[in-house]
Write a protein that binds this ligand. Sequence first.
Ligand code: CP3
Length: 348
Amino acid sequence: MTRTTTAPFLQALRGQNGGTPPVWLMRQAGRYLPAYRRLRERYTFLELCKTPELVAAVTTMPIDVLGVDAAILFADILLLAEPLGFSLRFDDGTGPSLSPTLQSAADVDGLPNDPAAVNAAFDYMKAAIAELKCTLQVPLVGFAAAPFTLATYLIEGGTGRDFKRTKQWLFSDPDSFHRLLQRLTDYTVAYLQLQIRAGVDAIQLFDSWAHVLAPEHFAACSARYLAAIRRALPKDIPVIFFCRGTGAYLNEIAAAAPNAVSADWTTEIRQLRAGLPAGIALQGNLDPAWLYAPPVELAAAARSLLSQMAGDPAYVFSLGHGVLPDVSVDAVRLLVDTVKSGATAAVI
Ligand code: CP3
């Protein structure tokens, strides 16, 4: 297996991109694509995730439809809950649900403690990655949740609202809360190592719920474990941290030593760039809701971001969070075309 190193996306992650910024989007493979919706009429989401040929087909869709510069493996951050002993459901319209939920320190201490077992649980993922590496012309991004975000799902049983149970636990029994984060860190390292062995070119960690933490808790519950994951992975694999609340936690994120920071849209990109040490690439950070705007406004917003980052060799154009399921394909295509044609191109 050979890894691409000259692709613009990987060059930008190393701070060595000389051309227009590469572009890819979180949730670029999903329900806004008619071809994806057609597959979902025949298969459940989990069936798609667990069938290597379907994973390869869905992962490739946005490359063919949009011409983006990177592919992200079609999977979900919650798949890792299965080898930890949870059953996972995605019922239409209600979001993910997990059972049982974690309730006590005893539940944490009763979790499986055999990270090497993830290898056998993800044969389907290894096969999908191997297939993609034979066919894809762009780098492939593997991913996992940050331990804090995964912990919220295991404790709340689904997508949290106020994260009451998670925070109550953190404030009343921090020792067992940290034992949980450490166990999830060990499993996440094993999970990402198997993706890397199978051939992914870069890793992104999603801390989608980081923004509900006060900064001191972000440092203790998120950044500390993200740093441990980065240290455990091979140095030559670029690792991107996406933490919602990017601006508020920038120093803590940078101290955890990612190769790149993927930023949400609540802080101006120039301010983020100024706050990051040299050597850390920046990805982001257009508000995904721009995809609902009139085309002229959408293109203008993209060009504004591009002009702010013009000439930055360590910049990857992206959204500040995932593509929403009901945007039009034309809008997403216009966005990608605007980036690819350079900051000065006229809108047609
Ligand atoms: O294109 C890609 O980005 C690759 C695949 C991907 C999915 N989920 C596919 C998916 C990735 C990277 C994720 C990560 C993920 N999953 C996150 C972190 C990113 C973020 O958005 O903050 C989170 C929090 C999850 C958990 C999750 N999975 C939620 C909240 C949902 C939405 C439920 C719903 O009904 O919309 C999912 C389901 C999911 N994951 C879908 C897709 C394409 C929709 C499934 C469907 O077809 O119905």
